[in-house]
Design a protein around this ligand. Structure first.
Ligand code: FES
Length: 126
């Protein structure tokens, strides 16, 4: 697995963020997800029909990791009580969770997945 690191920070759009080069796009296969972390923040990259999305690795029901759950098409299923979330929007669709998952902007740049993460959430101060 590749890990490329930071591309710098930005203070636009409601809070400072940092752009992170995460991995080669081909490392997140269509219909699959992978778990990554940056500082204190754990997140999942989910490939939905060739589009990579980033969601927080924490169910909004009981704050448990979503890693170990199942990606089912455009939805993600929590491994604990089975809440279903829309990956692209984070919206809770069914089950025990009602609050939306945090999502983070993700793009593919030159074959590399880049995510924009809030610096406060990852615990960075630079
Ligand atoms: S902890 Fe995820 S649905 Fe309950």
């Amino acid at each position: 697995m590749s890990y490329y690191g930071s591309l710098g920070s930005d203070s636009d759009a409601g809070g400072e963020t940092v752009r992170i080069r995460v991995c080669d796009a081909e490392e997140v296969e269509v219909g699959r997800y992978r778990c990554f972390s940056e500082g204190k923040l754990s997140f999942l990259l989910c490939n939905v029909k060739g589009v990579v999305h980033a969601i927080i690795n924490e169910c909004t029901h009981m704050k448990v990791p979503l890693d170990g759950g199942r990606q089912f098409g455009k939805d993600f299923i929590c491994p604990v009580h089975g809440a279903r979330f829309d990956i692209a929007s984070g919206k809770a669709l069914a089950g025990a969770a009602v609050a939306r998952l945090k999502t983070f902007p993700a793009t593919i740049e030159g074959g590399v997945v880049v995510v924009e993460l809030p610096t406060a959430a990852i615990g960075r101060t630079d």
